[in-house]
Design a protein around this ligand. Structure first.
Ligand SMILES: [Zn+2]
Ligand SMILES: [Zn+2]
Length: 164
């Protein structure tokens, strides 16, 4: 998710273009890929990035302990400031660890940091694979989403959802 904005920084304030992020189709990377479209807008200080991205994380359901894909929507609206003055090549003394997002000395705007921050922020503390996940039987540990167990109580009501 690295975008070279060298050309963009030479343009006037207000100029913009869209950047589409396509996920890789196969491979391990595809599983946690990010897709969507952002708009890059030249501001007086840097580049404003706006848009919505989609990704997912593998989470463990807090009730049934099943691993499931949790979709995450990331709304980006951040200004990226260049570390170097494009015209003169002078460092602007914005440090990498400063509050905001930065464009590095090679004019590369990297969305990775923002995406991982927003992903973390949008991840629930107690994720559920389904809003009414039946969870595990407290007695025998059976996954009540899959089958009933022979324990006395609290089971049986999920059978209607098991049939596909
Ligand atoms: Zn669950
Ligand atoms: Zn049981």
């Amino acid at each position: 998710m690295q975008i070279n904005v060298a050309q963009m920084l030479k343009q006037g304030i207000g100029s913009s273009y869209s950047y589409r992020i396509k996920p890789p189709l196969t491979g391990e990377e595809a599983e946690h890929s990010v897709s969507g479209e952002v708009e890059l807008i030249r501001t007086d200080k840097g580049v404003l990035v706006r848009g919505t991205l989609y990704t997912q994380r593998s989470l463990v359901c807090s009730r049934c302990l099943r691993i499931f894909d949790y979709p995450i929507i990331i709304n980006i609206d951040d200004e990226y400031l260049p570390l170097t003055d494009e015209q003169q090549g002078i460092p602007l003394y914005i440090t990498e660890d400063s509050e905001g997002f930065t464009i590095d000395q090679f004019n590369v705007l990297d969305l990775t940091k923002a995406v991982s921050q927003y992903t973390l922020f949008n991840t629930p503390i107690n994720p559920l694979c389904h809003p009414d996940c039946a969870g595990l039987c407290p007695k025998c540990g059976a996954d009540l989403n899959q089958s009933r167990c022979s324990c006395a109580q609290g089971t049986g009501k999920r059978s209607d959802l098991i049939k596909i």
